[in-house]
Design a protein around this ligand. Structure first.
Ligand SMILES: Cc1ncc(COP(=O)(O)O)c(C=O)c1O
Length: 390
């Protein structure tokens, strides 16, 4: 893999004919180090957010050895990392996935949110006595750009009953939740931990581990989250108030916050029509979130210099497929003179961009390069001074 000092250097040197992922492993490593130092518990990585070997290598090199996986394919990939501890945190798993995870890969940690799933886990592991079972509870999404409400999580009397039943059969009882991805204020975790508190009291069970999930924010052009330190403080306070806090592990499993900044997408303008730019990647590629969730990623022109006085103006993007939902409405602020043949760096797409991209219409094939410069926006204090914009 070639290394470049910047996106501009990559474009100049490699004259690509496809969209390019500009990977900044040092940014992922820095994010991981920050979490390992500041989160008041253990830090796992949600593998789904970005599976690039460079990203995983950077996180692992920084000290992340626990991974949350959601499928057998992720599990098989992650299991190749030496000495990893894998958590199978999808609340609905096939029987074959449970069998394979437990018997072939030695996974002991599973999430569940129903009695049916509990029964399934017990049946497929042969009534194992060494299970770490995390009951996923439903919590409201507050200031989350990607709420994960409704699909998973138990609540009220059902949750208390499930906690009691699970306690009776597991080695370690955990509780987990997800406040929604790109949660921009820490009160979501405060509310969630209060709900954990209420349920522990209601069920009257000893809980050995609390996993606060992911949800921690990244910076985007239209998203200015509270500092990550405020999230750490809120979680620490909420956790310490729990009646079980003294003898309980605390875990988080961020995806977005560890990798969002660490990857840019470099795209070429193939046509301009007024304020509409037709680019060579889109909603079926790495820009799903821009198209469907209206994320406004930071952008900059990288293929040529522009006079410093040149004004920026709002543009929208069309992706390369024939489909009219392949549209990223933005607005994305770029120099007024932008034209066909220009290359744009779209920053902070490291979370879920690469992971979601498909091959519709023959697109979705990328080149890659390592970038040594800093991400376009950062949440991490050390990088702040060096960040290119923001
Ligand atoms: C169970 C679980 N944990 C962690 C994550 C990572 O969330 P985020 O990327 O918002 O940190 C997800 C995302 O969907 C998830 O479903």
């Amino acid at each position: 893999m070639e290394t470049y000092t910047s996106a501009r250097a990559l474009i100049d040197a490699s004259k690509p004919d496809r969209p390019v992922f500009g990977i900044r492993p040092h940014a992922a490593a820095q994010a991981a180090q920050w979490f390992l130092k500041n989160f008041p518990g253990e830090v796992a990585y949600a593998y789904k957010a970005n599976h690039s070997v460079f990203m995983i290598g950077a996180l692992y090199g920084a000290g992340i050895t626990q991974f949350d996986v959601a499928s057998i394919v992720e599990l098989e990939d992650a299991a190749t990392i030496p000495g990893v501890n894998l958590h199978f945190m999808h609340p609905v798993k096939s029987r074959s996935a449970i069998r394979l995870a437990y018997h072939e890969y030695g996974i002991r940690c599973f999430a569940l949110d129903t009695e049916d799933e509990l029964a399934k886990i017990l049946q497929e592991t042969g009534g194992a006595k060494d299970l770490q079972l995390f009951v996923r509870i439903a919590v409201p999404a507050k200031n989350s750009q990607v709420p994960l409400e409704r699909k998973f999580g138990t609540s009220g009397p059902k949750a208390a009953k499930l906690l009691v039943k699970t306690r009776q059969v597991c080695d370690e009882l955990g509780m987990t939740f997800h406040v929604g991805s790109q949660t921009t204020t820490p009160d979501a975790y405060i509310n969630a931990l209060e709900e954990v508190h209420r349920l522990i009291v209601k069920a009257g069970v000893v809980v050995d581990a609390i996993d606060v999930g992911g949800g921690f924010p990244a910076r985007y052009s239209d998203s200015h989250p509270a500092p990550l330190s405020a999230f750490m403080d809120a979680i620490k306070n909420g956790f310490e108030k729990l009646p079980v806090a003294n003898a309980c592990r605390l875990i988080c499993e961020p995806g977005r916050a560890l990798v969002a900044e660490a990857e840019s997408l470099l795209v070429r303008v193939d046509a301009r029509r007024g304020n509409e730019l037709f680019i060579n990647d889109g909603s079926y590629g790495a820009l799903f979130d821009a198209a469907h969730l209206n994320f406004i990623f930071p952008v900059r022109l990288v293929s040529r210099d522009i006079p410093s006085a040149e004004l920026l103006q709002p543009f929208e993007f069309w992706g390369p497929t024939c489909d009219s939902i392949d549209r990223m409405k933005g607005p994305f602020l770029l120099p007024a003179s932008i034209r066909e043949g220009d290359w744009i760096e779209i920053g902070n797409v490291g979370a879920y961009g690469r992971a979601i991209g498909g091959r519709f219409n023959g697109y979705g094939s990328y080149l890659e390069g390592i970038l040594l410069d800093e991400p376009m926006y950062t949440m991490y204090p050390v990088q702040q001074a060096a960040a290119a914009i923001g």
